[in-house]
Design a protein around this ligand. Structure first.
Ligand SMILES: Nc1ncnc2c1ncn2[C@@H]1O[C@H](COP(=O)(O)OP(=O)(O)OP(=O)(O)O)[C@@H](O)[C@H]1O
Length: 693
């Protein structure tokens, strides 16, 4: 191994020359993309060429200030390459004017050994080189050091690599960054799992779950362009603040077309539906239960009426009689398809019209006629057919069906009595029926049920792969919202059962994966922590026996001396954090946000407040976080800050409905810091932090 930052170093000089060449080639590729000939064959071709050009430029232009490569592998000699091939690995493929590769995209199969090769399993690699960069006066990254690992001489640095450690120890400022230069072998295995594999990744705080999920999305888009080209991948996060935090990662990896959203946004029916009432906790839990799917299904199916008479369409002056037995058979067929999930309600109406129209067509053909498609279509749209369909398979509005469930005891009983208990049925009933469906106000859990009902009636957007983050918090019905968007694809599910803080959380990975439509997925653990200093993590781990006994504790790769401190003085703690580099969060009991901000303002410390629900997803690109952010404990999930001041842990525990939820909330808040955690308290700390049973 050698490391150097001397400008005179011949290795650095030659690598710097390669870097300049790579930058020139990239510039040429950009110019080439901008020139994509537009022969104007026709408007459509011209438009699609323009779109292609814009996409390509966007892809090539992402993050121009990032260095074109971060690593290199020198391979063993081969017959065709007696000196052994050399590959520079970067965020995107760069080629020279004759098409030879100058930099290999990190996602290409040939780049894989950069992440996975070890001295024991070299995968054809004799040397791995990592590069270090420093910003020059203009902010551009310049090559400043390198680190070699001679795998063929038995060198195996693993996490002892200085450059790797420097990257992991780097103070955090602003939103999340990609980890493409330092993905670890256990993470890489998950990132590169093939498209048909559904993964469930259980990982302690800071083990890189979010990072793995996002890099996996980028990997899949690269590796399966045909299957994923147009909106094939969806990323689902817990709230808008989290989406803002991760928003830059995929664009930095050159992927701009991925939709990043929340379950709330998915069920909001293009933003038209917002919660207008709050459920009691027990009711919200019940509405999140998987059994509600069956209630919804029955509620829809129960609207099918048994046909009682013949249908008699008229064509011209002639009447054609379709006997009731045949009509019943058509309805039964459509019903069976609906029950099997092969047909949605609204399409069922279409199917019935067509079955009746084709029946008439056959009758006319049997009588020697030759009816045209247009005439058959006319029968399908005729008044008798329409009236029949409206009577036996009426048009439904999800809101109407849900209001009926909540306001008609008979209907609720009919749809729910075999799957829910009498008390549960009572819990669902509305005590204050609205005057009309339009006047009805729905809760957040109701919007999920409306999505379930809508999903039975109409098609929805579909994706080939969905990445679901913080999945431990989802109810079974919320999982189904996601599953509906990926009916035949695969999912990457990320979460930590110890961080589950919603009362409706499913509570186990097999049940969550079943509700997500991938019951066979195995749970893959991540236990190496890259965020929280060891000193801080050891204390957090004391909570595990109380909050998730089966979850394996994480070990930290970050030493972080004097990372944990306790004080009663808020201002002093924040002041000390401000002396260090990086972002600062003051995590507080939700009810204390205003008073803590006022106290800090009184001392001349400006703050920003972060409450997940308050930020609309469209605003994601706006406003970088201020230096000090006051974060309500309930909004801290998934985020990280260089320094964290944690205010009154006992009050954070006490704000939740149960001790279990409170301790989990504390576990989340405790594990947000990268460099230091200052615990500010006057009340005694929760006992669970002190003991290891
Ligand atoms: N291989 C790696 N190299 C460098 N940094 C890494 C690596 N893996 C993870 N990190 C960093 O560790 C931090 C935590 O990662 P991430 O947020 O993905 O963890 P998480 O498991 O999702 O955490 P949480 O459970 O708290 O949501 C991030 O700053 C991430 O960039």
């Amino acid at each position: 191994m050698s490391a150097s930052d001397a400008r005179a170093d011949p290795v650095l000089r030659s690598e710097q020359a390669h870097l300049l060449a790579a930058n020139d080639c990239l510039a040429e590729m950009r110019e080439g993309a901008a020139r994509i000939a537009d022969y104007g064959v026709d408007a459509l071709a011209s438009e699609s060429l323009g779109r292609m050009r814009a996409e390509r430029l966007k892809h090539l232009g992402a993050d121009l200030e990032a260095p074109p490569f971060f690593g290199r592998t020198d391979r063993d000699p081969e017959a065709e390459h007696p000196a052994g091939e050399v590959f520079h690995i970067g965020r995107r493929h760069i080629r020279d004017s004759v098409g030879d590769p100058i930099v290999i995209d990190w996602r290409a199969p040939i780049a894989r050994p950069f992440y996975r090769a070890t001295a024991d399993d070299r995968q054809g690699v004799r040397l791995r080189r990592r590069f270090g960069f420093a910003a020059d006066a203009t902010g551009y990254a310049v090559l400043s050091s390198y680190e070699d690992e001679h795998l063929d001489a038995g060198e195996n640095l693993g996490l002892r690599s200085d450059l790797l450690r420097a990257e992991i120890e780097r103070p955090r400022v602003g939103p999340m960054r990609d980890i493409v230069a330092t993905i670890q072998p256990d993470q890489d295995e998950l990132v590169r799992a093939d498209l048909d594999t559904s993964l469930c990744i259980q990982g302690a705080p800071g083990t890189g779950k979010t990072a793995v999920g996002l890099h996996r999305a980028a990997y899949l888009l690269y590796s399966y362009p045909e299957r994923l080209r147009r909106s094939g991948v969806l990323v689902v996060g817990p709230n808008a603040a989290f989406l803002r935090y991760i928003a830059q990662v995929l664009p930095a990896l050159g992927e701009n077309g991925i939709t990043q959203t929340t379950v709330e946004d998915l069920v909001s029916g293009d933003g038209r539906l917002i919660p207008g009432r709050e459920d009691a906790v027990a009711v919200a839990v019940l509405k999140g239960d998987a059994r509600l799917a069956e209630v919804c299904r029955r509620a829809v199916i129960s609207h099918i009426r048994k046909p009682e008479s013949d249908v008699v369409p008229i064509v011209g002056t002639k009447r054609y009689r379709i006997p009731v037995e045949r009509v019943r058979r058509y309805v039964d067929d459509a019903r069976r398809s609906l029950v099997a999930g092969e047909l949605r309600w609204d399409l069922g109406r279409e199917r019935l019209r067509m079955l009746l129209a084709q029946d008439v067509r056959r009758q006319r053909e049997d009588a020697g006629g030759a009816p045209s498609d247009a005439e058959t279509g006319k029968v399908a749209r005729s008044v008798p057919v329409k009236e029949f369909v409206d009577a036996v398979w009426p048009a439904l509005d999800p809101r109407e069906v849900l209001v009926r469930l909540y306001t008609s005891p008979q209907f609720l009983h009919r749809c729910g009595a075999t799957v829910l208990g009498p008390d549960e049925l009572d819990q669902l009933a509305w005590a204050d029926p609205p005057r009309s469906v339009r006047a009805a106000r729905f809760s957040a859990a109701d919007l999920v049920l409306l999505d379930e009902l809508r999903g039975l009636m109409q098609p929805n957007d579909q994706y080939v792969h969905v990445v679901v983050d913080e999945a431990q918090d989802l109810s079974a019905m919320q999982c189904r919202v996601v599953a509906r968007r990926v009916p035949i694809g695969s999912v990457t599910v990320l979460g930590d059962l110890a961080q589950a803080t919603t009362p409706w959380a499913v509570g186990s990975w097999p049940a969550t994966m079943a509700a997500l439509g991938s019951p066979a997925a195995t749970v893959r653990p991540l236990t190496v922590g890259y965020r929280v200093p060891g000193e801080v993590l050891i204390v957090a781990n004391r909570l595990l026996p109380f909050i998730a006994a089966d979850v394996p504790p994480a070990t930290s790769v970050r030493a972080g001396r004097e990372a944990l401190s306790y004080t009663a003085d808020l201002l002093a703690a924040v002041g000390r954090c401000l002396e260090a580099e990086g972002s600062v969060a003051v995590i507080v009991p939700d009810a204390a946000a205003t008073s803590v901000r006022a106290e800090l303002a009184g001392a001349g410390i400006a703050t920003e407040e972060l409450a997940g629900a308050g930020i609309a997803t469209e605003d994601l690109a706006d406003a970088l976080p201020a230096r000090v952010t006051v974060v309500a404990a309930s909004s801290a999930k998934g985020l990280e800050y260089d320094s964290v001041v944690l205010v009154e842990p006992a009050a954070i525990v006490a704000q939740e409905p149960s001790r279990l939820d409170g301790l989990r909330r504390l576990y989340v808040a405790w594990t947000r810091a990268v460099s230091r955690l200052a615990v500010v308290h006057t009340a005694p700390l929760p006992d669970e932090l002190a003991v290891t049973p």
